[in-house]
Design a protein around this ligand. Structure first.
Ligand SMILES: [Zn+2]
Length: 257
């Protein structure tokens, strides 16, 4: 297996998921077609599938042009996104399995950012779209804090800590600045922020992260942190500090950050 990030638009990541044994590839979230086709040619692989994590235009925007060139591409998305994903051919439910070349892929259902959000698990990698970012999570556009808590901490969070997390946007630096504000005594956040600033200064991307790093630095997965709870109490004195209430409070703070 080889995974090649394909930067798209201003800050999106599509990813080419390559089965090295067969030369077949799938593309996760083609925001636009051109950079994806360029990468497919450069890698010398055959594109056989589109794996969409959710229906937003900046994740499916390249579907139409890719299908115009290759009408037989399989297009994967959650069953409930039927009619919202251009060219969708495969209607996935939680736990569905399929393959790209000989790579076995498993779909997780992660409602929160959208109702039909899915993540794709392949070997030691997970593609999380706009559900889990490095040090962040997507806005709750079609879901509740409870949905997002469950998706991040119980569903994606059930994967092994060494799992590599391939996320949908290069938001890491801003996310870590927010993380440092809500949990000022977290040294792991400070260390990662310094490392990420150095990477970005060199024009490098921060994908992938790992689940282990997210448990240490992602405030939306750290609702039991006393420091985060103290921050929440200051802005929302009536908050009962359950994990779901804390996640909801810091998500509202992040919306204004
Ligand atoms: Zn989105």
């Amino acid at each position: 297996m080889r995974i090649v990030p394909v930067p798209c638009l201003a800050d999106n990541f599509a990813y080419l998921l390559i089965c090295e044994e067969t030369g077949q590839a799938g593309v996760v979230d083609p925001a636009e077609a051109e950079p994806v086709l360029h990468c497919v040619a450069q890698e010398g692989v055959t594109l056989s599938a589109i794996l969409n994590t959710h229906h937003h235009w900046d994740h499916v925007g390249g579907n139409k042009a890719l299908l115009a060139r290759q009408p037989k591409l399989k297009v994967y998305g959650h069953a409930s996104d039927r009619g919202r994903i251009e060219g969708q051919t495969e209607l996935l439910e939680a736990g569905a399995h399929f393959s790209v070349g000989k790579l076995a892929v498993r779909a997780l259902h992660n409602p929160g950012h959208t109702s039909g959000a899915v993540s794709y698990v392949v070997q030691d990698a997970v593609f999380t779209g706009d559900t889990m970012f490095a040090a962040g999570c997507g806005r709750l556009l079609e879901g509740t804090p409870e949905n997002m808590y469950h998706s991040l901490c119980k569903v994606i969070g059930s994967l092994p800590p060494e799992t590599r997390v391939f996320f949908g946007h290069e938001y890491t630096e801003k996310n870590l600045r927010f993380a440092a504000q809500v949990e000022p005594d977290n040294a792991d956040v400070q260390d990662k922020l310094a490392a990420v600033r150095a990477l970005r200064a060199q024009g490098q991307f921060t994908t992938p992260s790992t689940l282990a790093a997210e448990w240490k630095t992602n405030p939306f997965m750290r609702t039991d942190s006393k420091s985060i709870q103290q921050t929440v109490r200051q802005s929302d004195p009536g908050n009962d500090l359950t994990p779901i209430a804390v996640l909801g409070a810091i998500r509202r703070m992040k919306d204004q950050f």
